[in-house]
Each structure stands twice: as C-alpha cells, then as structure tokens.
Design a protein around this ligand. Structure first.
Ligand code: GDP
Length: 362
C-alpha cells in the first residue's frame, strides 16, 4: 500500500524505507583485552599514586569473582601498613540537600590546600537500581577533572554489609595511594548511616532549613551520630530561615547526651552553590581531628572500628557459607513453608536447619 505521505497529493515529500539498526558495538573495533596485574604490580602502582592502577584495584575489590577476591585480599593486606593516615569524613543528607554540590565546593577548597581527596559512596539503593548515583563523577563537575581527586560511585552488588565492607577496603587502597582526605557519601534515609559512621572519623550531616526533621527523613539517631551539622542553601532570601533552623538544631542538640568523644557538635550555615562558609566547615573538621587526637578518642574510635569490622567480616562470611550450602538451601525452602503453616515453630525449624549445616544429616 502506498504510504499516505507518498501520495502524489504530498508532492516533494518522500518517505524512504528504513534501514535496520546497526549493532550497538562496532564489530570492526578491536577490543584490547586488559593485561592483568600481579599483586606486587598493583601495589607498586598504588604506592606511586597511579589512578589507573588504583581504579583497577577497586574494581577487583568490587568483583564477586573468587580469583579477583583472592588477589584483592592479598593486595589489601599489603596496603594496610601504608594506610590509616587520612582524615575520613562521612557526609550524609537527604536527596536534594546539596551533597554533590557541597562535596564539589568543599572538595575544591581542600585540594586548593594541597590535599589529595578520594570521594566514595555507600548507596543502599544501588543494588536495586543497578548503579549508584552517589559519588557519580557527573555530579561533581570541578572535582571530577581535578588530578588530585579520585571519585568512585558506590559498589553496587550485595548486602549493605557487603557494600560497606568493600568501601572500607577501598578506603585502605586510596590511603595507600596517597589520598590524605576521604569522603564517604551516603543518603540520609536509613541504615547506611550506621555503616558509614563505622568507618569515618568525622560524620557531617547536611540539613536544609524550613523542614522539620521528620520531613527531611532524618532520624534522631542520625542527628545523634553527627559530629557537625551544616545547614545548606544559606543564600538569597533563604538566609533568615537558615539562621532560624540553626538555632533550632542547636537547641535540639542540647537535649542529647554528651558525645563519647567529648566533642560538642557545631551547627554551621553555608551555601555550597555560592561557595559561602566553606572554609568554616573544613576548619570545624580540622578542629575536631586535633581535639580527638589530643584526648585519645581518634585512635580509640579507629581501634573500635577495626574490631567492629572484624566481627562484621566473620558474620558475613559465616552467613555466606551457610546460605550457599545446597543442603541448607533445600531444607530452608521446606522449613519455611512449615513455619508459615504453623506446623513447626521457628525455633525448632532453625535448630533443624543448623543441625543439617553442622552435621550434614537431617
Ligand atoms: P544531593 O541530592 O544531596 O546531591 O543535592 P544536589 O547537590 O544535587 O543539590 C540539589 C539541588 O539543590 C540542586 O538543584 C542544586 O543546584 C541546589 N543547591 C545545592 N546547593 C545549593 C546552595 O547552596 N544554594 C542553593 N540555592 N541551591 C543549592
């Protein structure tokens, strides 16, 4: 049938036959396979501060391939003695609070003071969305092209515990590569804060004015974890509201019990977008570090965190082994049904399944 637009009535208009879509990968393109490095080659590259090698080492840590995992483990062991010298800062705030804008501005200020900065992220939603938005280079325009900055989005596979452990390992690699400041970004909505808190020295909470904290989805526990609260968007006709919010947050903090560190969290106001109040934020973090190094809390917290991660790693490995045991898996399916149908109690079911795991017999 004649296409209506090819009808003589529409002279001058000619609809051509389509062509089939070309493949998305150009078949004429030679794909260079990447040479794999040995552990000592990785280590050498990292210690020289080579970002390409660091990037590939991070990919190794994130991989679920057992061979990669083994190489990663060996590499991390070797890097540990070169690590630990950075200041680790956790940054949280609800979406839209201005995390990426602020990290970009604060980060540029810090690298301007001759620091080397790594920006990592823990994004609990990335497992579902198959890719993290946090820590994405496109969100931090100035930082992403700076030679003294390493930006990496959240590892995406696995449980929050797994993602957090990987991030902690990546911190070690970054420190061995000479990054003296590490930011770990997360969304201020859930459990990921606790994970970030367990790997950083200073926890910074970005807030907005004019919204009650329920509205911002910030739990009281997260406010309690904060070593500093900064209220963003103190610019234009928002300044008054920000000042009011500052007072409210200060009042709220008074009600909390004193922190173990002996440090009294500050509430500052700033504008990430207009670059106002940024040096004050960095100054607060430096004051905190000096204060806690002096009273011993800095090292104490690091030691406590190391202990926490030892147990976390054991728990994760045990769970992994348990759930990947084929006998356990088949029995779990059966027992689960029985429990749901009230044919057996949860405790008896758990006991039976654990027995199968330990003895191999039903
Ligand atoms: P994130 O989701 O927490 O990373 O927030 P973004 O950094 O993407 O910022 C969310 C929105 O707030 C963007 O439209 C920013 O341009 C805007 N924004 C961020 N910082 C400021 C600021 O200091 N002042 C103003 N007025 N807007 C800002």
């Amino acid at each position: 049938m004649l296409h209506p637009e090819n009808d003589p009535e529409y002279k001058g208009l000619n609809v051509n036959k389509g062509i089939s879509r070309p493949p998305s990968v150009n078949p004429y393109l030679k794909i260079k396979s990447k040479k794999s490095y040995t552990v000592s080659e990785y280590l050498e590259g990292i210690l020289k501060g080579n970002s390409t090698v660091l990037s590939r080492a991070v990919t190794l840590v994130e991989s679920s391939n057992p061979i990669h995992r083994q190489t990663a483990r060996e590499l991390i062991e070797k890097c540990v003695s070169y690590s630990g010298k950075s200041v680790r800062v956790g940054i949280t705030g609800v979406p839209g609070a201005g995390k990426s804008t602020s990290i970009d501005t604060l980060g540029m200020y810090i690298v301007g003071k001759n620091h080397r900065l790594a920006v990592l992220a823990i994004d609990p939603s990335s497992e579902r969305s198959k890719g993290s938005i946090l820590g994405d280079k496109t969100r931090m325009e100035s930082l992403s092209v700076h030679p003294h900055v390493f930006i990496r989005p959240s590892p995406s596979a696995g449980s929050l515990g797994g993602v957090a452990r990987k991030t902690r390992e990546i911190i070690i690699l970054c420190e061995a590569a000479g990054f003296d400041t590490v930011f770990v970004e997360t969304v201020g909505v859930g459990q990921s804060e606790t994970a970030v808190h367990s790997m950083v020295d200073f926890f910074l909470l970005i807030q907005l004015a004019g919204a009650g904290d329920e509205l911002q989805g910030i739990k009281r526990g997260i406010m309690e974890m904060a070593d500093g609260i900064v209220i963003n968007k103190a610019d234009g006709n928002n300044i008054e509201r920000v000042k009011l919010a500052q007072q409210q947050f200060k009042n709220a903090l008074h009600l909390f019990p004193p922190a173990e560190s002996g440090w009294k969290p500050d509430v500052l106001t700033y504008s990430g977008y207009y670059n106002i109040g940024i040096p004050e934020i960095w100054d607060m973090i430096e004051r905190y570090v000096a204060f806690t190094k002096k009273n011993g809390f800095f090292d104490y917290k690091r030691a406590e965190q190391a202990k926490y991660w030892m147990y976390e790693t054991i728990n994760e490995q045990l769970k992994l082994r348990f759930y990947s045991d084929p006998k356990v898996a088949s029995e779990l399916a059966i027992k689960e049904k029985q429990v749901v149908n009230s044919e057996i109690t949860s405790f008896a079911a758990a006991k039976d399944i654990l027995k199968i795991y330990y003895t191999g017999i039903k």
